[in-house]
Design a protein around this ligand. Structure first.
Ligand code: AQP
Length: 331
């Protein structure tokens, strides 16, 4: 049986967080051996909110290097920049013309990201169509994402079905792949909001490249509650439950084990141990990251990845344009 195709991406819209790692990258690494994988740095998505050019360039290279530092093997998975494969922008436009305003208006991520802002770019609104293009270009079977992306994936499935119905079988309908444990890591200052790399409060997230001291400081200041028990109860103790999830994910323990170990102990002792668990979990990744950045090998990895990705993407784009009735360019 042919290997299933997997595609996912991360935006270079800030410093990658522990949320991106636990919710996305750890799963990417686990999938690469059994599937035909494409992982990209989605820079075209990042510009749906304003980005400073020098920061965008640096963050893009940093995300790609973190992919490799986290364990992605360029020999197993294609690692590339979205903007290096022009077919993404082109199919994105074609699918935008087939997406209904009402569908986009229902997207909760758009509502969250546009809330309270005066000038909201149209790109932020139509971005789910570009995400659909990313996935459909590769005929991806599985899309590993955090549960916050589930709604966008549903739209991708609807668009693929709509296209196939109008123009004939062209796209594979992708399935979401949402891990059950640790799928969503919440902010350190509000256990009901997800941890986000673009949050203006740097204390709300742990960046993968934070120094040990920064990690200790952020965890010691993380919000808890007026109680003192280490109990997993998302409804009533969202912040403590989130810290327990981080502990479990970084140590390999179950939530029950964490709860038993800290039974009867206060938040202070738990937070102190949690900081050390996170520091230790990130140390190998941080060391590998430093090696990759200093070697400059990431540029070579990205060039090869873009070549492999383009080969697949261009075939799909040609089929789509033919199906839609575009006049082929003569050779
Ligand atoms: N807090 C999180 N917990 C679990 N998974 C998360 N992901 C993001 N935050 C968490 C997963 O990481 C992948 C890449 O996300 P993205 O960079 O494309 O965009 P995002 O989901 O909008 O991530 P951020 O960090 O919140 O970025 P900004 O602040 O720029 O919007 C996705 O698979 C996502 O589920």
């Amino acid at each position: 049986m042919a290997k299933q195709r997997v595609l996912s991406g991360i935006q270079p819209s800030g410093k990658l967080t522990l949320g991106n790692y636990i919710g996305a990258m750890k799963n990417f690494v686990a999938l690469q051996h059994e599937h035909d994988c494409f992982f990209m740095v989605v820079d075209l998505h990042a510009i749906t909110v304003p980005q400073e050019p020098a920061a965008l360039r640096e963050q893009s290279e940093a995300v790609a290097a973190l992919f490799v530092a986290a364990g992605l093997d360029p020999a197993q998975a294609s690692i590339f920049m979205q903007s290096h494969v022009p077919a993404h922008a082109e199919l994105g436009w074609l699918l935008t013309t087939m997406t209904y305003m009402g569908e986009l208006e229902r997207m909760t991520q758009f509502k969250d990201k546009s809330e309270g802002k005066d000038a909201v770019g149209a790109g932020l609104f139509v971005y789910p169509s570009l995400m659909a293009a990313d996935i459909l270009l590769y005929n991806s079977n599985l899309v590993p994402v955090g549960d916050d992306q589930k709604q966008h994936l549903e739209l991708t499935r609807d668009l693929a079905g709509r296209f196939n119905y109008r123009y004939g079988e062209t796209f594979v309908i992708p399935e979401p792949f949402i891990p059950k444990v640790g799928a969503r890591i919440m902010s350190l200052d509000d256990g009901t909001k997800k941890m986000s790399k673009s949050s203006p409060n740097v204390g709300s997230f742990i960046a993968l490249l934070d120094s040990p001291d920064e990690i200790r400081k952020k965890i010691s200041r993380a919000k808890t509650d007026l109680g003192r028990e280490i109990i997993y109860d998302v409804q009533n103790k969202p912040e403590v439950s989130n810290l327990m999830t981080i502990f479990a994910q970084c140590s390999g323990q179950t939530l029950e084990q964490v709860q038993t170990t800290y039974d009867g102990q206060g938040y202070g002792a738990f937070k102190k141990d949690l900081a050390e668990v996170v520091v230790q979990a990130l140390e190998p990744l941080q060391n590998k990251y430093a090696d990759i950045r200093s070697s400059g090998e990431i540029h070579h990895i990205l060039r090869e990845g873009a070549e492999r990705a383009s080969t697949v993407a261009e075939i799909t784009l040609r089929e789509v344009k033919e199906a839609m009735g575009f006049l082929p360019r003569a050779h």
